[in-house]
Design a protein around this ligand. Sequence first.
Ligand code: FAD
Ligand code: MLT
Ligand code: ZN
Length: 486
Amino acid sequence: MLKILPKIRRPVRCLSAAVAARNEGFAKVMQSDLLAFENFLGKDGVQKDDISNHITDWTGQFKGHGSVVLYPKSTEEVSAILAYCSRNKIAVVPQGGNTGLVGGSIPVHDEVVLSMNKINRQFSFDDTMGILNCDAGFILEELDNKLAKLGYMMPFDLGAKGSCQIGGNVATCAGGIRLIRYGSLHAHLLGLTVVLPDEQGSVLHLGSSIRKDNTSLHTPHLFLGSEGQLGVIASVTMTAVPKPRSVQSAMLGVESFKKCCEVLKLAKSSLSEVLSSFEFLDADIMECLKSNLDLHPVLSKSTPFSILVETSGSNEDHDMEKMSAFLDECLSKNLILDGVLAGSSADAANMWKLRESAPLAVTRDGYVYKHDVSLPLENYYELTNVMKARCGDLAKRVVTYGHLGDGNTHLNITAGKRCEELEELMYPFLYEWVVAHGGSISAEHGIGQLKLPYSNLGKGSEERLLTKKLKNIFDPNGILNPYKMI
Ligand code: FAD
Ligand code: MLT
Ligand code: ZN
C-alpha cells in the first residue's frame, strides 16, 4: 500500500543552493584559539595550510570552508578539543578516512575539522572469543591485515577499505559486501569509548568487552549511523569473524531481473550457510566500466545483468561441491545465460575489480548523482527503469549496481556536468517514490549534507523529535557536525 508522504523542503540537491546559513551563534576561530589548540596538541597537531584533502569529499561535490584541521593523538586530546570548543562555541566536524559519500565529514562553513588520522595505536584481540578492541582511527584494511595473521577478519568489507576508518564505519553503520552473511554492524558492536562535545569533553566507556551484556540500554548502538552528531568515537570493541579457509567466487550472466531474484532465492537455499556475497551489476554499469576504465567483463556473452556470488567456508571440497551444484541447478532451471567460476584468486580478484570499480567508473562521466536506497525486490530494478524513462536524454547514463542480496540498490545517474534541469526531474520524485514503495532513502551512506532536504521522508514526527532530544542531551551546545543529519 502506498504511504502518504510528508511535505518536504524545496527539491534542491544540497550543494550551494541548499546549504544552511551559517549559525552566527558559533564563534569564528581566532588566532588565540589556534594558539590554545597548539598548546594542548603541539604544533604538529594543528594544520592551517594544505588542508584541501580534508575539506573536499571523495566525489569532489562537497567543498567546505574550514580553515584548520586538528590531529589529536589520544582520547585525552580529543577531550581537550571538545571541551575547549564547547566552552567557546566553536563548531567541529569529526572526520575519519573522509570516504563518506554524503558530505558528512566536510565542514559546511568554518567548522574545525577534527581528524582521527593519528588515533591508531591501541590494538588488542582475543583470538578465542574473537573480540577486537582498537582505536577509532585504524584503517579498515589495516585491521583486516592484522586480524588475518590471527586467523580472523573484519565482518564487513567495502571498496573504500584502504582509506575508511573503523570509527567512521561505526559512525555511518557501514554495510558493504559481506552483510548478507555476517549481518550489519549492529550484530558485532560491543562497546565504544566516546568523547562528548560538552564543556568537560566527557569521556564515556559504553557497553563492554564481552559478547553478552544485557544490564543496560545498549548505548553504544546509538552511535551506529550517528554521523558524528552525538560524540566522537575514540575506540571500538567489536566481534571479528574467523577468516574463511575456502572462498569460491562466480560471475553469472542473467537475462531478466526476475531471474536474478530467482537465482538469489536458490543461492540462499542451496549455498545457505556459506553464501557470503550476492552483488549485482546491470549492462549499463558494465558498459561504463569498459568505456571509462577499460575494464572488461569476465563473461564471454554480454548479458543484461551480472551477479557476483561468493561463498566463504572452511572446507574447499565441501564449498566447491555446493557451488558446482548451485551453478548446475541455475543452468538446468534456465536461470542463467552464462557463468564463470573463478579458478584462482586472480580470477576472483578480476570479478571483484569490476564490482569495486563501479563507484570510480561513474565519476569519470563528469558528474554523478549517487543513490543508496533499499527497496523490496519487486521494486528494486523498477526504480532504474522509472528513472531512465524520466531522465531521458538529460542523463548521460543511468546505471545500477548494488548489494542485491540485501535489497540495496546503487542507482547512479550521470551527466557531463551538474545539471539543474535533471535535478528538478529527479528530486524529490526519486526519494518519494522509494518511500512510497516501502523503501529507505539511505541503506548505507546516510544523510549528511546530500539528503538533508529529504531526511524526514519515511520517518515519523515522534521519531524525529526523539532524535533531536537525544542530540540535545549529548551535544547541549549543538557544536558537533552542524547543518547536517539532525
Ligand atoms: P568519514 O567519511 O570521514 O565520515 C563519515 C561520517 O562519520 C561523517 O559524518 C563524520 O563526521 C563521521 N565520523 C567519522 N569518524 C568519526 C568518529 N571517529 N567519531 C564520530 N564520527 C565520525 N559505504 C557502505 O556502507 N558500503 C559500501 O559498500 C561502501 N563502499 C564505498 C566505496 C567507495 C569507493 C567509497 C568512496 C565509499 C564507500 N562507502 C561505502 C562509503 C564510506 O566508505 C563509508 O560510509 C565509511 O564507513 C566512511 O568511513 P570514513 O572513515 O571514511 O568516514
Ligand atoms: C558500493 O557499494 O560500491 C558503495 O556503497 C559505493 C557506491 O554506492 O558507489
Ligand atoms: Zn554499497
